[in-house]
Write a protein that binds this ligand. Structure first.
Ligand SMILES: [Zn+2]
Length: 359
């Protein structure tokens, strides 16, 4: 019997020692869980030893039982401690791997920008605001009266042919005539004048519509019309405004000139040119002719003194008040600034990012 007791006691002690060593050597939580099953599981080594208790004498049984129980509790404690240690290390390692380097450059999300026409409109507006002009806005549909009649172009006048107008399928107004898509920004000038709040310093930047579509025309484009009306306003004011704008928008070395022309709503009327930025206004690059301009000048737009009939149509006394007006296309203006020669103006509105991202 002694032999049996010794064997069972030996087995319990051997198990205690091997469990202790294995737990110490465990590297991961998975290792520990495997050891728990191996030593303490339902079919584990300690369970097998406890089954052997049935074969020992009744006197020896409590002593061996207590011994086995002690080893069981001790092993459980060691496994529990090992789990805690390895679990903590696991979290620390994970956190260490996730450490962020705050000095590392971030990833920039893709960033868009305003369309080049919108950029040009903003810049033009700001330049004129600095000298007391206010930007005005009017609907994209307009009455015949403001677009033509108030601008010294009576019904059936041939000058109307220059604007290939879109007519709206809408009821006619007794007072203002047919409804149309705004054919030029000058109709805004007629509306501003009719308000008669002097002095008038306004710029109307508008979408304008004409029935034209080719490489130099789009059915919708932007125009810009400025007006300054007060007592004693003359051509010197006009030249001062144009020179200021050209130097602000195109650069301090650019010059402006006016040439006699004819418009229905101004008298006298002029075309205005700005000196070419590519050849410096000389028309020549070395011994070659400049390809951007005509003899050193670029046509920018039209201008003049408001026609007395336009003031009269707005109910303004032309013997007291006088005014100057000027206007041109925003797209064309912008292209001249950038020194671009667009082969096809329609590129502006094709929404091709390869084109738009260049600006
Ligand atoms: Zn040139």
């Amino acid at each position: 019997m002694i032999h049996v007791i010794m064997t069972l006691a030996d087995q319990i002690q051997t198990l205690a020692i091997s469990a202790d060593q294995a737990i110490k050597q465990a590297k991961t939580l998975v290792d520990i869980e495997a050891l728990e099953i191996r030593f303490l599981g339902r079919k584990g080594e300690l369970t097998t030893i406890l089954k052997g208790l049935a074969t020992v004498s009744v006197e020896d049984r409590p002593k061996l039982g207590a011994m086995a129980n002690e080893v069981k509790i001790l092993t459980e404690k060691k496994i529990h401690a090992a789990k805690e240690r390895l679990g903590r290390e696991n979290i620390e390692q994970t956190l260490a791997g996730q450490t962020e380097d705050v000095t590392e450059p971030g990833i920039r999300p893709p960033e868009g920008h305003l369309h080049l026409v919108t950029q040009a409109i903003e810049e033009i507006t700001q330049i004129f605001e600095r000298v007391g002009f206010t930007r005005t806005r009017y609907p994209e549909v307009e009455w015949d009266w403001y677009a033509f009649e108030a601008l010294n172009m009576p019904k059936d006048h041939p000058a109307r042919d220059e604007w290939e107008t879109f007519f709206m399928d809408a009821p006619e107004s007794k007072k203002f005539g047919k409804m149309i898509l705004t054919p030029h920004a000058t109709s805004g000038t007629a509306r501003i004048l009719a308000e008669k709040k002097f002095p008038i310093r306004a710029i109307n930047i508008a979408k304008t519509y004409r029935r034209q579509m080719d490489i130099t025309h789009t059915p919708m484009f932007h125009q810009f019309d400025g007006v300054y009306v007060d007592k004693g306003v003359g051509i010197t004011h006009l030249l001062g405004i144009l020179d200021y704008f050209v130097k602000q928008f195109f650069g301090p070395t650019r010059q402006v000139r006016i040439r006699p022309f004819h418009f229905r709503f101004t008298e006298p009327s002029f075309e205005m040119d700005v000196s070419c930025g590519v050849c410096g206004g000389t028309g020549m690059i070395g011994k070659e002719k400049c390809r951007t301009c005509k003899r050193g000048w670029l046509e920018l737009g039209g201008c003049g003194l408001l026609h007395p009939n336009v003031l009269k149509a707005a109910g303004v006394d032309s013997s007291v008040y006088s005014g100057v007006a000027f206007g041109w296309g925003v797209e064309r203006n912008y292209m001249m600034k950038e020194g671009m020669k667009l082969d096809d103006l329609r590129m502006m509105y094709k929404n091709d990012l390869r084109f738009l991202q260049q600006f």
